[in-house]
Design a protein around this ligand. Structure first.
Ligand code: NDP
Length: 296
């Protein structure tokens, strides 16, 4: 194996430490406590785990956590009424609605009802537009985490060839905008891309956000490239015992690590960065709300 393994878990812990320092300073110097409200509708098991982790890490950073768990049959009207209350609550600086929402609720309508200044997930159409036009926005947490890992590893990204595989609104597209903002030459690939292998081979930076287990093999990777694997896929692992599973990324780690210069593992790469960036976005939102200097 030749690639350096990018330790997202350790990096995320560093960010959480910085967030906690900033939170303490906000409290000591301004009497402020950044607050994050997380809204969960229904009982999706994966979403419940995410929400629990978010609440725990929010409190560990010294911030206030407000959890709103609503039954699956909650009406769109009631959810919008809750969002309106959270928008008006001075103690709430960030609002996150856990996706997916039940089918009878219009996701876009709910997300766009969140106060833009409190939209710490960065999914509100105005934040999307601000990012796309290179203005100050709240940026989606997963791509923001990827960018931080890339800057930490590579320093300035200017002029590098970046390929993002996946064009979702939550990962692929914002990732592409962030890389463009850092002056990369960006290609966005997707399910209709012709000769994906060849496209990937020209990437100095390869970001995989597809959701297909180990679909990118080592021989699609340019020697020395930095590979960020966003994918989280659970696959059967009979070698661990009957019915056991394990997590893998969108990149075939063993073969890719022979070729890449650096690569994120799954788990322990991009995953831990997402919540760390959510906490950082909440502090940013709190600072902006009070006209204070925001963290870098
Ligand atoms: P989506 O399903 O919304 O998007 C997947 C994208 O991959 C689409 O743009 C799709 O193309 C593209 N795609 C699908 N098949 C292929 C293919 N064969 N070749 C090339 N492109 C293909 O997924 P998300 O963006 O929401 O998530 C992607 C992965 O990242 C998932 O594994 C998810 O679990 C993980 N994830 C991890 C997070 C973390 O915290 N680490 C956070 C969010 C997501 P098209 O548009 O043409 O259909």
């Amino acid at each position: 194996m030749s690639a350096d393994i990018i330790d997202g878990k350790a990096f995320a812990a560093t960010i959480r430490g910085k967030v906690a320092d900033h939170v303490k300073a906000l409290h000591d110097e301004h009497g402020l406590v950044p607050g994050l409200a997380v809204v969960l509708v229904g009982e999706d098991p994966a979403s419940q785990v995410y929400v629990r982790n978010k609440g725990k890490q929010t409190e560990e950073a010294g911030m206030a956590s407000f959890e709103h768990r609503l039954p699956a049959e909650t009406s769109e009207e009631d959810l919008l009424a809750l969002i309106a209350r959270l928008n008006a609550a001075p103690a709430v600086h960030g609002i996150l609605v856990q996706l997916p929402l039940p089918d009878h609720i219009d996701e876009a309508k709910v997300i766009n009802a969140i106060d833009v200044a409190k939209d710490v997930d960065g999914f509100h159409i105005s934040n999307v537009g601000l990012l796309a036009t290179g203005q100050k926005a709240l940026v989606p947490c997963t791509p923001l985490g990827c960018l931080m890992l890339l800057r930490d590893r590579l320093g300035a990204l200017s002029g590098l060839d970046a390929v993002v595989v996946g064009r979702s609104n939550i990962v692929g597209k914002p990732m592409a905008h962030l890389l463009l903002r850092d002056s990369c030459t960006v290609t966005v690939a997707h399910s209709r891309t012709r000769d994906l292998a060849q496209v990937c081979r020209r990437a100095d930076i390869l970001v995989a956000a597809v959701g297909r287990p180990e679909m990118i093999p080592g021989d699609w990777i340019k020697p020395g490239a930095t590979v960020i694997d966003v994918g989280i896929n659970r696959i059967p692992a009979p070698e661990r015992g009957e019915g056991k599973t394990r997590l893998v990324g969108d990149v075939h780690f063993e073969s890719a690590a022979q070729v890449a210069g650096a690569i994120t593992p799954v788990p322990g790469g991009v995953g831990p960065m997402t919540i760390a960036c959510l906490l950082a976005n909440t502090v940013t939102a709190c600072c902006r709300a009070h006209g204070l200097v925001e963290p870098e």
